[in-house]
Design a protein around this ligand. Structure first.
Ligand code: NIG
Ligand code: FE
Length: 418
């Protein structure tokens, strides 16, 4: 099957010349093509054809984009999309001055969502998550990472991972599952933390690895969660069982998580609000993606990660929503990009690189998606504008009018008239 997209104002290829990642000044080069048609063949990017040499009658399907703009499908590489319940009351406590850690210490936070998620059936969780995925798709998102981490016991963690697996069978979007059994120490193990860690290493991680229920193993390394030593032990076990490390680290305090993650070749190090310069240098020297989550800083009125320094030092930087009910109840990647530009000093072009090819690196999809290069999946977002800068400038609006996954239109809104 061939589909030809014609009359785009511009095609932002985010081309990498085969490198499949962008660092430093290269992040500002989006490989923009004008006056070209994009040919999709069997779900993959086949070619870019100069508009003057296009003969429409040669192609099975032709979509006239009437001056709209093509981007690679966006990638949300860090979410906690499977959860039940609401923490709106905590949000009000935060508005009144309580911090995220105050709330966690007082028995709120992740623990509250864990109770609600345990109480929900797999079917309820599936329906809730499906709606969230549909919202992501309406924004032009075509790949999403989803973590477990609100089950925190054997059956409930597996329940969440199975929900992600069932959903993958129903949605064209690539869903990348991450096991986050080490989110916090669950309440009932608070005086027996070693027992919970043994449950993870002796039972859960082996089961998850053996049944292919997750690709990655994440740990929240923080004063109120897991120590660096515990994280290292968990990572070693994860690697043994075929899971690749990821980490939540340097969010509030530096407790050695970053160094532990880099030593274990983590695919990504996420959060990074409290980095020092030598840590920035070590990330820049590595192939690990720095996943920054400005939605959390915004939602918690906390520090922003040093995006500008990370980019200027040459680190591989991505942005993600961290969509979750407590620290970033923000599923909108466009808003996250706007925060990157407005609050972290990134250029619009850099923010686009962070949610396309660099985000693909954070979830191991860089060879198949994240940029529009021949042979890659035809995963596209079409913006209802002739100026890609409007994506951030029209803050709070959704300019995406068409989402294409593996060559198929999976979302189209009223902004799209043929
Ligand atoms: O990425 N930092 C830990 N985990 C999540 C928050 C989860 C929650 O508060 O429910 C995060 O910020
Ligand atoms: Fe997170």
């Amino acid at each position: 099957m061939q589909t030809l997209l014609i009359n785009a104002a511009a095609i932002l290829t985010v081309s990498t010349d085969g490198a499949n990642s962008k660092r430093g000044a290269d992040m500002r080069d989006l490989g923009i093509l004008e006056d070209h048609a994009l040919l999709i063949e069997d779900g993959k990017i086949a070619d870019f054809i100069p508009s003057v040499s296009v003969n429409k009658s040669n192609f099975e399907q032709v979509i006239d984009l009437q001056g709209k703009t093509i981007l690679p499908g966006l990638i949300d590489c860090h979410t906690h999309s499977v959860f039940a319940g609401s923490r709106a009351d905590e949000f009000c406590m935060k508005l009144a001055g309580a911090t995220y850690e105050d709330i966690a210490r007082a028995g709120g936070g992740i623990r509250v969502t864990t109770e609600a998620t345990r109480a929900a059936s797999a079917e309820e969780l599936l329906n809730l998550t499906e709606k969230r995925i549909n919202y992501f798709v309406s924004l032009g998102v075509t790949s999403v990472e989803i973590k477990s981490g609100y089950g925190l016991n054997y059956d409930e963690e597996i329940k969440i991972l199975r929900v992600i697996k069932s959903l993958q069978a129903q949605t064209p979007v690539d869903l990348i599952p991450t096991f986050l059994g080490a989110h916090i120490i669950p309440h009932e193990y608070s005086h027996r933390r070693d027992e919970y860690i043994s449950l993870l290493t002796d039972h859960l991680i082996p089961f998850v690895g053996q049944h292919g229920l997750a690709k990655y193993c994440d740990v929240f390394c923080e004063e109120t969660a897991y120590s660096a030593q515990e994280t290292d032990h968990l990572f070693k076990c994860a690697i043994k069982h075929g899971l690749i490390p990821k980490i939540h680290t340097e969010q509030f305090h530096s407790v050695g998580g970053l160094e532990t993650a880099l030593a274990n070749n983590a695919v990504s190090v996420d959060h990074l609000e409290v980095l020092d310069v030598s840590q920035i240098e070590s990330i820049a020297k590595s192939n690990t993606t720095a996943v920054l989550l400005p939605g959390v800083s915004f939602f918690l009125k906390h520090l922003y990660a040093p995006a500008r320094l990370l980019i200027d030092f040459g680190a591989l930087v991505a942005l993600a929503t961290d969509f979750n009910p407590g620290s970033s109840h923000i599923p909108n990647l466009h808003l996250i990009m706007a925060l990157g530009a407005l609050q972290m000093g990134m250029t619009i072009e850099e923010t686009i690189a962070t949610v396309t090819i660099n985000a693909a690196n954070a979830i191991g999809l860089e060879k198949v998606t994240g940029s529009l290069e021949p042979g890659k999946q035809a995963d596209l977002a079409v913006l209802d504008t002739d100026n890609y800068k409007d994506l951030l400038y029209t803050i709070g609006q959704n300019l995406n009018c068409m989402t294409i996954k593996k060559g198929k239109v999976i979302y189209q809104n009223t902004g799209f008239h043929q």
